[in-house]
Write a protein that binds this ligand. Structure first.
Ligand code: RIB
Ligand code: CA
Length: 318
């Protein structure tokens, strides 16, 4: 039986490739997608997901309207230089596709329907997931099988500031709530997702034979992202697909090495904003909710699986 996933996201290039990866992977069944602000605004994130679903003939997957701002209500910047103006690199979804949204409480119906058969994967800012905890309470939210969360950076540089990763930086209050309340939660920080490097040669391999409707856009989206990363990290051989690795982890947990830690998130407006903090001393001083943190990964296993899944045919019951 494929793993049922409720996906929280903010597409964005790596989010979009993660959605495509999930739709093409027979081990995964997406049962709903919560679209929120993050890499782009919430309306754009919704349009992008609707476009990807239409392209794959997957319009039966429900979309749920997530957060438009962080819990603080402040404006946080989008990243067109990395993800493109519309979040899909050079690709502009047709104006006729807008995406129909269900109200936020559809999340709780999905949790009720699937219970322990469901996992939640959050590859965006933590706002919508924190609101889910605030509205439904811990008992309801933790009635599912578990959480897979992309965020944080431990003893490794951040990607927005020296210490902070983008998802935690975008809404540190929300990330703190999720770290405190989510049970059976596994965190995929930059330590592992920076290893999710996909190269132009791998993309060439994926599009060699035409098997699925996404191959026609994958190269353009990837090339934009790769160009952006080449400016950020001169000499880099490929670009890290953070969010795809988090989806990969759901069905391939054995590719990682883990530690268990209590995680807190810096709230300071200065250098500590969004910084993920855990106690790595030999005798840690830890009280609170322990999360599992992936700290090492086998990057070859990821790359091989990515190429295989992205070049496979889409199964479609529509
Ligand atoms: O830090 C990586 C995360 O931030 C990913 O979810 C990516 O989409 C970006 O917004
Ligand atoms: Ca994301």
């Amino acid at each position: 039986m494929p793993q049922k996933i409720l996906l929280y996201c903010d597409p964005g290039i790596d989010d979009s490739l993660a959605i495509i990866y999930a739709l093409l992977n027979p081990e995964i069944e997406i049962v709903g997608i919560v679209t929120s602000y993050g890499n782009v605004d919430q309306e754009q994130a919704t349009q992008n997901v609707a476009y990807l679903l239409e392209l794959g003939g997957k319009k039966d997957i429900v979309l749920i309207g997530g957060a438009k701002t962080p819990l603080s209500g402040e404006f946080t910047p989008y990243y067109p230089e990395i993800h493109g103006e519309e979040g899909l690199g050079p690709i502009k979804p047709p104006a006729t596709i807008k995406g129909e949204l269900l109200n936020f409480d559809a999340i709780f119906k999905i949790i009720e329907d699937y219970g322990e058969d469901l996992v939640i994967v959050d590859v965006g800012r933590s706002t919508s997931l924190a609101i889910s905890f605030n509205l439904a309470g811990e008992e309801t939210m933790n009635g599912i099988k578990g959480f897979y969360l992309m965020g944080g950076a431990f003893l490794t540089p951040g990607n927005v500031t020296a210490g902070a990763e983008a998802n935690f930086y975008g809404d540190p209050i929300a990330s703190g709530i999720v770290m405190e309340k989510a049970k059976n939660a596994v965190l995929y920080p930059l330590n592992v997702t920076k290893e999710a490097v996909i190269t132009p040669a791998m993309i060439g391999e994926i599009i060699k034979e035409e098997n699925n409707p996404y191959q026609s856009i994958i190269k353009e989206i990837f090339d934009y992202y790769f160009e952006a990363y080449q400016k950020l990290v001169p000499g880099i051989e490929g670009s890290p697909l953070h969010d795809v690795m988090t989806l990969f982890a759901v069905t391939t947990p054995q590719a990682f090495k883990y530690v268990e830690k209590v995680v807190t998130v810096g709230l300071d407006e200065g250098n500590l904003r969004g910084v993920s903090i855990a106690d790595f001393r030999p005798k840690p001083d830890e009280i609170g909710n322990k999360l599992t943190i992936a700290l090492e990964v086998n990057p070859e296993e990821f790359a091989q699986k990515f190429v295989k899944v992205m070049s496979s045919p889409i199964s479609n019951d529509e």
